[in-house]
Design a protein around this ligand. Sequence first.
Ligand SMILES: [Zn+2]
Length: 334
Amino acid sequence: MAFEWEGTRVGASSTAHFEVPVCTMASGHRLMLSVHVVTGNRAGPVTLVACGSHGEELWSVEFARRLKQFLVRDGHDFAGTILIAPMLNPHSFESGTRNTPIDFHNLNRVFPGSPAGKNWFSDMLARVIADRILPKADLIFDYHGGGSDTVIHYHYTVDPALSARHATVHQVALASGAEVLWEQNEQRGTLTNCGDQLGKTCFVCEIGGGGLILDVDYFEKGYRDLLNMLKVVEVVRGAPEMGRARIVVRKGSSIRPAHGGTFVPVVGLEVLGRSVPGGTVLGRVHSPYDFSVLDECVAPFARTEMMQVRNRISKVHPGEYAYIIGDGDTGYAP
Ligand SMILES: [Zn+2]
């Protein structure tokens, strides 16, 4: 299955690398976005795997590199073309921050962005992604995850009754390997909201984090989970393994410390994807100065579904992510 990138042909079962120009930075550096092309051994849709719009989410950036290796290792045995955009926000990655350090905006809230010269840098970057990368795909998997001190595993879904596309998104979520799914229909300037507007079928994967970087098997698990999702949309052959999701929550939230200091977890990875009773102490913020307890993070819902954990002793700012949680009582068993 051949693929054409702006006039350059990439033959079946091949790889290629292209760069999309963004602009010249104040440093004189000409910012380019990388897109890797891996073609399959038969005809099919174009699937985009997007990573790195939040630069502190290192897990997905390394996953992108390994994904290309995995696809080649397995003999390009898939339909169509897989585009891998490993790093959509290079300056955010460089600084290790969620937001773009040039203008302090969150790239994944400003899509579809603005034309060059009309708005902030993040808006211009979003527009280049929206104009030059997203239109090339039929299916878009946007990967997010934990930062250096957190680990995430959940998958967004929608109400499958709303349309055929919603049903596909839900089926893919059921095949994602996540135990907790979060049904959400917010329009909030994300890459996938933009993809939806372009008529693409979009999926948001939340997986990985700094606490798993040493576990190289988890990258292989992430790849197996992606292959399973791609079976649903018939990019990969075979019947997908369904039923791995335990609950779909309709109300989610985050727990963020009210005060900064030294974060000391009480629970860890063992509760990720599990339910804990309301009132369970999850972690505490200690003053590194007078050693007092400045904040205590407590499971707020009678059945609190754990979608992200902060599993490292770490410096924490007030307002940073500690936990992402779902209200189990708003949910249903899929
Ligand atoms: Zn993210």
